[in-house]
Design a protein. Structure first.
Lengths: 498, 504
């Protein structure tokens, strides 16, 4: 029996079924819930590993189910999708471990972990979607399943953040739906692997196609937090730390950025996008977002809010890499999908640790915290240096390829954006490190929970250390066969293949 | 070979689908004992007959039965194709869930504290509901415009009777208003029937489709019948009677009214426009219905946004959602297979399941909390998690988000609107979804707020289960729409096919 067609479906179900199970689980069944969560997470990682092995050996993983006449629900593992799936699966595993410890003893955990699992199922669906229709379906499910996580605490601030989140994302979803239906009406189902030739529609459709492209980017740009559609992201930071990790690194923002990559490479095709003249405006928009996000980050005293604006800025490196036409910048952009995820999740884990252990939220309160929580702050420092782009960390690799790509495409202004953002990144991240390590503590912490010999709960400490280590390795071992960079080069070779 | 002879060899499921609920209604009226058992068993039996009929249509194509062996034009003909079978199935699924819910609702002793309802009222529910079911099935199976008039009246009378079961003064006033509006609608329809019979001497929809010619009489008949049915379907601005009637009826009744009764008159309108009138209808007449439908979407949604009571909100949501159905008349071209037409039918089915679930769940909330003021329901999601889960899932369908059937229906309507260049409808369809999210998240946000009262709420399992089951059906319609759409294509309502079915 050939099980290959079912593997993509199983990857989705590996978190969906535990999620539904967890919903109906009584609140006090803690160990069952933990087992379900972890079993789902490990199974997902294993299945993704199997698919990576298979795609390397030219297996075809495609699940197809007819939904409307001539329109199928398709889950397919291709190189780009696998990159995103493996990132989400691995980070979800660590976020789950982190969340179990973070929410220990707090109410409504069944509900939380149920939606948490739904959220990651939707993300996996987005990553494996084989056509635009399937992509839209999972993209919308992702919106819905994230809302309960954002408002989880039920405070007025959380409910307000939820309302803002919905206003942005549902409107974005409607725009994306419109663009998808419109495109479907013109060329039929858009399968990502076949590379529909939009060029054959002829010159009279160019205006329409440009309009659809703009709508697609607007719809996806909401989740990718492109300026001016980024307003929901800093507000949503009221959610618990694991949710922030999910929003910023594992799922939501990434789904938007990933969608833009799909649109440019697999819907329009990079050559046709360039010919249509839509890549330069997109690059400029990304450039503006990068600088704007960094500038806003400078003025935030709340650590999570500063990190949120940093995400606004950093995610647009992905968009920038996609929009500057050329293999090198594409490599830089797509690999940043992984690198940004690893680094940003580390930063949010560390911020969560400080909040959970010492009650610290503001940067002005963090003087000397490095002595109380050396491991946490070491992980923070590694990720922060990576964000700034210090060699040999992961962020440097991304920026290097982006810079080279900009030169190849003879768009030197991109170098200006890169340089400015590096300076700004340093300006808003280094003061945190400086305060933590080199300033004297101002007195007692707001609260000080003791965890024996460790600085905090082991399950809160392990995930950021691992992800910080991975972001270090992403840069150090970039040249080895198993690095994200190598996989991205494979994707890009295919995208630019004649 | 004549199809009616072939049918006699088969089991006449279509006849049973009407006779069974009718008989059960009579039994319930006479016996007055063990009504709950009778009701549930009858519901299951009716569903079985509908399943049998579905199988026949799936296997052999559209069916025509002559009741008692007398064919048209003298006797009564029953006609079943993909569309009628889907409507019957929809009625059966919702019917079973409503019956199960009603058993719990009417048996729950704690109800007396909250609901002002005497024993006599409870006993009247079952005969009226089963009678209504029989009338609905008869309507979906009739192919003759006079019989359709009769079924319409039967539906009206039993539905009005059901509204009065609430027993309150507001409910009675609403029921009276509903009765007058519905009777006026039937009367207009009957006038149209009379005009058609006078000029063509026939009542059969399929025959009319082949014979009707343009002219002032035809135009007048079409106008009268359309206005009458639009009034019964509560198309904006003729919706005035719906919110009070649907918001004040007992929950199982609200569910049936919003999910099924308004769909019946819509179904009839769809049949007439696409089956009897396509040769004579003015090309842009459908645009008017589309414009009113669009207005209904916006107006109903805005009213739902400001509603103070949960049931009023849900009732206005019905006004808005019915608007989508009327877009079909603008977007679909009579006489051909079209995306918009299938999308409209899928939307109707999806809305029926989701709205029935919504009314049942909201009814449970009102039942448990003793009121349905939205402002005072903080934390209700924590007190009634299963019921609230049903509300949430039904909401996903009503917003038209994936994976619900309504999402696919919207996709198809959007596709048709873009194809035919109705950009303003595209905007309305998308805006309607966002507005629906706006009013539904007024409720959904309350899952997360701290509780308003310390009281623990209790609702019988059957009530919670019925609402949840319907919400799941509505949600999963998106995944299993392919067979439904295949079924819909069997003997599509278009003139040519119907004629072919008779000839064979």
């Amino acid at each position: 029996v050939n099980i290959d067609p079912w593997v993509p479906l199983l990857v989705v179900l590996s978190s969906l079924i535990p999620g539904i199970w967890i919903f109906v689980l009584p609140e006090e069944r803690i160990s069952t819930r933990t087992v379900l969560n972890l079993a789902g997470a490990f199974l997902k990682v294993a299945l993704v590993g199997l698919m990576m092995w298979g795609v390397y050996h030219e297996h075809r993983y495609e699940f197809r189910m007819p939904v409307l006449p001539e329109l199928d629900l398709v889950l397919r593992a291709d190189a780009l999708g696998l990159l995103f799936v493996s990132l989400s699966a691995v980070l979800w595993l660590f976020t789950t471990i982190y969340a179990i410890a973070y929410l220990e003893g707090s109410p409504y955990r069944s509900r939380f972990f149920g939606f948490f699992s739904l959220c990651v199922s939707a993300t996996v669906g987005v990553a494996l979607a084989g056509n635009l229709f399937t992509f839209v379906i999972f993209y919308e499910i992702l919106t819905l399943s994230t809302y309960p996580l954002v408002v989880h605490r039920g405070t007025p601030a959380a409910l307000q953040a939820g309302r803002v989140y919905l206003r942005y994302t549902l409107a974005g979803g409607a725009v994306l739906l419109l663009a998808s239906v419109w495109l479907y009406g013109l060329v039929g189902p858009i399968e990502f692997d076949e590379g529909v030739s939009l060029a054959r529609l002829g010159n009279q459709s160019r205006g329409t196609l440009t309009a659809i492209f703009a709508l697609l980017i607007a719809g996806l740009g909401v989740k990718a937090a492109l300026v001016p559609l980024h307003g929901w992201l800093p507000v949503a930071m009221v959610a618990p730390a694991p949710v922030s990790a999910l929003l910023h690194a594992v799922a939501v923002v990434k789904a938007g950025a990933f969608g833009i990559v799909r649109v440019v490479y697999d819907v329009y095709g990079i050559r046709f996008s360039e010919e249509l003249g839509v890549t330069t405006p997109l690059a400029v928009l990304a450039g503006i977002t990068i600088v704007y996000g960094s500038v806003r980050a400078l003025f935030q005293d709340d650590l999570k809010r500063r990190l949120a604006f940093s995400t606004v800025s950093q995610v647009s490196f992905i968009v920038l890499g996609v929009a500057v036409v050329g293999p090198s910048s594409t490599i830089g952009g797509v690999v940043h999908l992984v690198h940004q995820g690893l680094m940003k999740i580390t930063l949010f884990f560390c911020a969560g640790n400080m909040a959970e252990t010492l009650g610290l939220h503001r940067i002005s309160e963090m003087n000397g915290v490095g002595r109380r929580m050396p491991w946490t702050m070491a992980a923070f420092a590694v990720a922060a240096f990576g964000m700034i782009g210090v060699p040999p960390l992961a962020g440097f690799v991304s920026k290097w390829y982006l810079g080279v790509g900009a030169m190849e495409a003879s768009q030197p202004w991109v170098l200006g954006v890169l340089a400015t953002s590096t300076l700004l990144n340093a300006a808003y991240l280094l003061p945190v490190i400086h305060a933590a390590w080199f300033k004297e503590p101002q007195g007692a912490w707001h609260e000080d929970r003791s965890f024996g010999r460790l600085e905090t709960h082991w399950a809160l400490l392990m995930p950021p250390l691992v992800t910080a280590f991975l972001s270090l390795e992403g840069g150090l071992l970039a040249g080895t066969p198993f690095s994200p960079l190598r996989w991205v080069k494979l994707i890009v070779e295919r995208a630019y293949a004649p | 070979m004549n199809l009616s002879t072939a049918a006699t060899a088969d089991v006449p499921w279509a006849v049973w689908a009407i006779a069974l609920p009718l008989g059960a209604a009579a039994a319930a009226f006479v016996s007055r004992r063990n009504l709950a058992w009778l009701g549930v068993i009858a519901s299951l039996a009716v569903s079985a007959t509908v399943t049998g009929l579905t199988w026949q249509v799936w296997r052999f194509g559209p069916r025509r039965y002559s009741v008692g062996g007398w064919g048209a034009p003298l006797g009564i003909d029953l006609y079943a194709d993909g569309l009628s079978v889907l409507m019957l199935l929809m009625t059966a699924i919702i019917g079973v869930c409503v019956s199960v819910y009603a058993v719990g609702y009417f048996a729950d002793r704690s109800a007396e504290a909250n609901d002002d309802m005497g024993v006599a009222h409870r006993d009247n529910f079952w005969p009226l509901w089963l009678f209504l079911w029989a009338a609905l099935n008869a309507l979906f199976l009739s192919g003759d415009i006079f019989n359709l008039y009769v079924t319409l009246e039967l539906i009206t009378l039993s539905a009005v009777g059901l509204v009065t079961l609430a027993g309150s003064l507001t409910a009675n006033a609403a029921a009276l208003r509903y009765l007058l509006a519905a009777l006026a609608g039937s009367l207009l329809y009957l006038l149209g029937v009379a005009l058609l019979y006078a000029s063509y001497g026939m009542l059969d929809i399929a025959s009319l489709g082949r014979t009707m010619t343009p002219g002032s009489v035809s135009a007048a008949a079409i106008a009268l019948m359309t206005v009458g049915l639009a009034l019964k379907t509560a198309l904006f601005p003729l919706h005035f009677w719906l919110p009070p009637a649907h918001a004040n009826a007992p929950p199982p009744v609200s569910a049936v009214l919003s999910a099924l009764v308004v769909k019946a008159s819509f179904y009839l309108l769809l049949r007439l426009w696409f089956d009897a009138f396509p040769n004579v209808i003015a090309l842009n007449a459908g645009s008017l219905l589309g414009i009113l439908g669009a207005a209904a979407i916006l107006w109903g949604s805005i009213q739902a946004l400001v509603a103070r009571r949960l049931k009023t909100l849900v009732a206005y949501s019905t006004v808005a959602q019915l608007g989508y159905l009327f877009l079909v008349f603008t977007l679909a071209t009579p006489g051909e297979t079209s995306t918009a037409w299938s999308g409209g039918v899928l939307f109707a089915i999806s809305h029926a399941c989701a709205k029935a679930s919504m009314f049942l769940a909201v009814g449970s909330i009102q039942h448990a909390a003793g009121h349905d003021r939205i402002a005072d329901l903080d934390g209700i999601g924590r007190q009634l998690p299963l019921t609230f889960f049903a509300v949430a899932l039904a909401s996903v369908s009503l917003m038209g988000l994936p994976p619900s059937g309504a999402f696919l229906a919207k996709w198809m309507l959007l596709e048709a609107a873009l194809e035919t260049g109705h950009v303003w409808l595209v905007v309305v369809i998308l805006a309607g979804g966002l507005l629906a999210a706006g009013y539904l998240f007024r409720i959904l946000g309350q899952a997360f707020t701290p509780s308003a009262t310390a009281a623990t709420f209790f609702v019988p399992r059957s009530m919670e289960g019925a609402a949840l089951a319907l919400a799941l059906v509505a949600l999963s319609l998106g995944l299993f729409s392919a067979p439904l759409l295949d079924l819909l294509r069997l003997g599509e309502i278009h003139v040519g096919n119907t004629a072919a079915a008779i000839m064979s």
